[in-house]
Ligand binder design. Structure first.
Ligand code: FRU
Length: 601
């Protein structure tokens, strides 16, 4: 019997030689999969990927030394797209990739190639024009957001080898205006301690860490190591630092800097400087609550307290916390805002962002609302992992969120990339009669995207009123602003249509005190059973409403007033929306100051 297997193995090895490609890539069968060997001569090895198959554990060795472990979806039967593995640093050496579970007849093995170029369709159908997206591959949370020397740094959870979640790495981009981003690709890569999950970054301007070398202030990035161990995983916290303003990152030699036994979900460090205690503070998500640590050097951390075991929404994992102090608008009072993202258990299912208002003394956060109160930062389906930039000029608190939802993010119908960030949002704190509300509005820079505009005379809406050809171009990137006045309607709203009759419907129901966003007919909806949705946000009864809507092919961000309500939803119409149809039921209303701006960077 043993001899039989040996013969089969030798025969399949012989077949493997036939499978060799002309560009010096050898493929052979090994006991649990396939070994690919090559001598890198070009910049990239182009990996043929099948988007929906199960990922396969792949070990990359160079001259017999393990350099990386990835989970790759190398195509078995169909190639959906190629992803590049940069092999330029290993030119002339022997590179091997062992892929567990790949069979010798897999299509990818015939189509693997070395290349000096990596070409992909950047402008694919659902690529937005003014929202941040990764150049290619999967993206989720914004990470490491810090402002330093005129640049906003945006890192992001990134899979450079596929458009689905895997191989978490920090991608990196920088911008001077929050609109135009230069992408620098992978900044912090997985190592033997694990893949790189979410976290934050700070500028250590007093060199408390002692990691500064030379004149340039040191930037510190705190992230979570995620390591699969058998059927489960372990998480610990890592530190990386940059001595050249964020261009290159070194891992701290004694990583991990924080470990915790007994909890596998222990992640997403957010570090802020606490002026009063002259200490660094770190928030970490642990299961369904947050731990607060302090440190004098940003390396050795002491657990001070925890927050949230009985506060807010709790039906899912708490993730990606944030903490900052905000001046209350039109007052001298300041309050602390603690943001905590939750998945699942969001207001409309899946993931969403909640926040708490209270006080913080450097060690303990005290929520000043009733513990069971839940405050949502956005009422759409697609606003998650929201965090703010540290150190932003004029003490601004600008945040950004991943514009998707874990319920269906992996299935959305784009190809080379998946997911965009929201537009940058300015957070302000407003005191209402008995409570505080965190307003969430596009940062002032977003208005710089406005190009050609069209003003439309006031409309009295009695039943229906159409505005055709809202844009001259077909980019699907536009902004609509208007006021609603003289309202006798019970329900008023508008539908955004494309030429195929697909539409998104946004309406205000006065008796219900709700704003509704209905994307059930918005375009492609059936890629996931959770996508088609009708969701609401709270509506305060007023005589006048100011509405602002940002559309970018595949997303609609809706703001009422100065951002007291925001609703962010993604959509996938087969053609860009280009017609607006206002309607009113049970009375009339007047649409005033209606302006449509075409938007572009
Ligand atoms: C939130 C999250 C984080 C984690 C990261 C992994 O979306 O689950 O808690 O660090 O994504 O990609």
């Amino acid at each position: 019997m043993k001899a039989y297997f040996k013969i089969v193995f030798i025969l399949s090895m012989a077949f493997a030689l036939f499978a060799c490609k002309s560009n010096n890539i050898k493929v052979e069968t090994i006991e649990d999969g396939i070994k690919i060997s090559l001598v890198p001569q070009k910049k990239f090895l182009l990996l043929p990927i099948e988007d929906k198959i199960k990922e396969m554990a792949s070990v990359v060795t160079v001259d017999a030394k393990v350099v990386a472990n990835y989970n790759l979806c190398l195509a078995q039967k169909q190639i959906d797209y190629y992803m590049p593995l940069d092999i330029s640093q290993w030119k002339g050496k022997t590179l091997e990739i062992k892929v567990v579970g790949l069979s010798l007849d897999a299509l990818s093995l015939k189509e693997l190639k070395q290349s000096d170029d990596f070409e992909y369709d950047y402008a694919e159908t659902y690529r937005p024009s003014y929202h941040f997206t990764p150049p290619y591959g999967w993206m989720n949370d914004p990470n490491g957001m810090v402002y330093y020397k005129g640049q906003y740094h945006l890192f992001y959870q990134w899979n450079p080898f596929g458009s689905r979640w895997e191989n978490m790495t920090w991608g990196h981009a920088t911008s001077r205006d929050l609109l135009i981003w230069d992408n620098h690709n992978g900044a912090i890569l997985p190592d033997t301690l694990g893949t790189i999950f979410s976290g934050s970054a700070v500028a250590d301007i007093y060199n408390t860490s002692g990691l500064q070398k030379g004149e340039e202030k040191v930037l510190l990035a705190f992230y979570t190591y995620h390591k699969t161990v058998g059927d489960t995983y372990e998480q610990s916290q890592g530190l990386a630092y940059s001595n050249n303003a964020g261009k290159n990152w070194n891992k701290y030699a004694k990583n991990p800097i924080i470990t915790k036994s007994g909890f596998k979900d222990f992640r997403d460090p957010k570090v802020v400087w606490h002026e009063d205690s002259q200490k660094w503070v770190m928030l970490l998500s642990v299961d369904h609550y947050i731990e607060i640590y302090s440190s004098s050097n940003a390396i050795d951390w002491t657990l001070e307290s925890d927050f949230g075991k009985n506060q807010g929404a709790h039906t899912g994992q708490w993730e990606c916390p944030d903490l900052f102090e905000l001046k209350v608008e039109n007052s001298n009072e300041s309050k602390w805002v603690l943001i905590c993202n939750i998945n699942p258990g969001g207001v409309h299912g899946g993931s969403a962002t909640q926040y708490f208002i209270g006080n913080f003394d450097g060690k303990t956060f005290t929520n000043q609302s009733t513990p069971s109160d839940v405050k949502w930062l956005d009422w759409g389906k697609d606003f998650y992992a929201a965090v703010t930039w540290g150190n932003a000029p004029q003490n601004r608190h600008i945040g950004i969120a991943w514009m998707s939802n874990w319920e269906y993010g992996k299935e959305v119908p784009s190809k080379y990339f998946r997911s965009a960030m929201t537009v940058p949002r300015q957070f302000t704190l407003v005191k209402t009669q008995s409570d505080y509300t965190l307003f969430n509005y596009p940062s002032s820079e977003v208005a710089d995207l406005r190009k050609r505009s069209k003003k439309i005379d006031n409309l009295i809406v009695d039943r229906e009123c159409n505005v055709d050809n809202i844009c001259q171009n077909t980019t699907g990137a536009f902004e609509i602003v208007f006021d609603v006045a003289n309202i006798s309607s019970e329900v008023f709203g508008f539908k955004l249509y494309n030429n195929k009759g697909q539409f998104s419907d946004i309406y205000f129901n006065i008796p219900e005190k709700k704003i509704w966003v209905d994307r059930r007919n918005s375009g492609k909806v059936d890629f996931s059973e959770n996508f088609s949705s009708l969701v609401y946000g709270p509506l305060e009864i007023k005589n006048n409403y100011q509405i602002r809507i940002l559309v970018d092919k595949a997303s609609i961000e809706l703001f009422e007033g100065n951002g007291q309500v925001s609703m962010t939803n993604i959509v996938f119409p087969d053609e860009a929306y280009n017609r607006l149809s206002f309607y009113s039921k049970g009375g009339t209303c007047e649409i005033k100051n209606l302006t449509i701006y075409e938007l572009a960077k």
